[in-house]
Design a protein around this ligand. Structure first.
Ligand code: RFL
Ligand code: PHB
Length: 395
């Protein structure tokens, strides 16, 4: 026999999208359950994004989880782009009067989980066989098992916040779902080290040996990435080999400030652009990586997940508090407008900053010309800046 449970919103996935949605709803007096297939330890150990748009910062404050971010996060007013060793700064504050916050997704996730547990609101970890039923009826439900016991959670709405490999998107019939995809012919090899960052701001570098990114998590912890082959393996990359290669890609002037260290995390991630349309099916709403993926070059994945959830929370609150579902009806349309613009920016940055194995000499010249143009055109830099800090949320 399954145990029967009831809530207003069943949220699948406790990544940033699911957790933030749950907290925005809780603040508005709406009940939600969060269900994740992973353990809390696993979720809190994942190393991912690091750059938050200001809209994301404000949404986290609104959800009541801004205190540690405001204390420990680093406000950046610009970042650098480097092409064949020539550095060029994008002055975010000067160009668009906005800044970004450097604060790890891992920390943000910990803050959200801690607040949820403190509040006593339901969150289920290590759930298996999560299944979504009846979303086109008036009685949607989510079934799952935990510690050998079966549960049925009845609800009004399901939020599919279960990432790219989740079940929510797969619940949408093939004749309804349309997907768009581009897989890039390389990945990112990431390393985390307890050493001060090489520079005060992030550096995105492109050169003949490929892309490199210098990012950070604090004044004493750095995050570095190198473009690598799709079939590459972390076993091939000792810390020494990683830092030797990073030095070459950054050029001697920048590399002289690089502090090497032993890695505390090392992983390879593939790069992909992906969009699923529509983002709503009956009473189920997709948000975050469940609906779209961007290559990390624009620092947008987490921010896009947060933007979806801000729209979804507002639409659900309007439905519960005013009985007005007009906004929920338009959820997919509203989100996709932003999604495609963010896809465009992430694709543009990826195109500009990587060495494509199949690129023709003409395409390489185009990349060089684009960079040269950026160094001379304030308008071109402003366009990058306004996308990097985050386009305004249109609702
Ligand atoms: P998540 O974080 O993947 O969370 C989904 C959750 O759903 C759970 N789940 C299930 N639960 C129940 N049943 C199932 N069947 C389930 N299947 C999955 C999973 O366990 C998980 O807990 O998705 P969400 O919340 O949409 O958040 C998206 C972000 O995590 C992602 O877009 C970013 O990390 C992308 N990203 C970056 N985004 C930025 O905004 N700025 C950055 O600087 C940035 N850098 C990055 C990145 C992603 C990277 N990788 C690893 C791909 C750098 C890298 C290297
Ligand atoms: C990161 O710090 O992990 C990071 C920063 C900027 C990006 C991608 C990843 O564009």
């Amino acid at each position: 026999m399954s145990q029967k449970l009831r809530t207003q919103v069943a949220i699948i996935g406790s990544g940033p999208a699911g957790l933030l949605l749950s907290e925005l709803l809780r603040k508005a007096g709406i009940d939600a359950w969060v269900i994740d297939r992973q353990s809390r330890v696993h979720i809190e150990a994942r190393i991912r994004a690091g750059v938050l748009e200001w809209g994301t910062v404000e949404a986290l404050r609104e959800a009541g989880v801004g205190a540690r971010m405001d204390r420990e996060g680093m406000v950046h007013s610009g970042f650098e782009m480097c092409f064949d060793g020539h550095r060029h700064r994008i002055d975010l504050a000067g160009l668009v009067d906005k800044k970004v916050m450097v604060y790890g997704q891992t920390e943000l996730t910990k803050d959200l989980i801690a607040q949820r547990l403190d509040s006593g609101a339901p969150i289920v970890f290590s759930a298996s066989n999560v299944q979504i039923d009846n979303v086109t009826s008036s009685a949607p439900r989510v079934r799952y098992e935990q510690a050998g016991k079966a549960h049925v959670l009845e609800c009004d709405y399901v939020a599919g916040c279960d990432g790219f490999h989740g079940v929510a998107r797969q619940t949408i019939p093939a004749d309804v779902l349309k997907t768009y995809e581009r897989v890039y012919p390389f990945g990112w090899l990431g390393v985390l080290v307890d050493r001060p960052p090489v520079a005060e701001e992030l550096i995105y570098a492109n050169g003949a040996r490929g892309f490199a990114l210098c990012s950070m998590r604090s004044a004493t912890r750095s995050r570095y990435y190198l473009q690598c082959g799709l079939d590459d393996n972390i076993e091939n990359w000792s810390d020494d080999r990683f830092f030797d290669e990073l030095e070459k890609r950054l050029g001697s002037e920048t590399a002289q400030n690089l502090q090497r260290g032993s890695s505390i995390e090392k992983s390879i991630a593939p790069l992909r652009s992906f969009v699923a349309e529509p983002m709503r099916y009956g009473a189920m709403f997709l948000a975050g990586d469940a609906a779209h993926i961007v290559p990390p070059t624009g620092a947008k994945g987490l921010n896009l997940a947060v933007a979806d959830v801000r729209v979804l929370a507002r639409a659900m609150i309007q439905s519960y508090q005013q009985g007005n579902t007009a906004y929920l009806e338009r959820y997919s349309e509203i989100c996709l407008k932003r999604v495609w613009k963010v896809e465009r920016f992430s694709w543009y940055m990826s195109q500009l900053l990587h060495q494509f194995p199949e690129a023709t000499p003409f395409e390489r010249k185009m990349q060089a010309a684009e960079f040269d143009y950026l160094t001379q055109s304030e308008s071109a830099c402003r366009s990058i800046a306004e996308n990097y800090v985050g386009l305004p949320l249109q609702m």
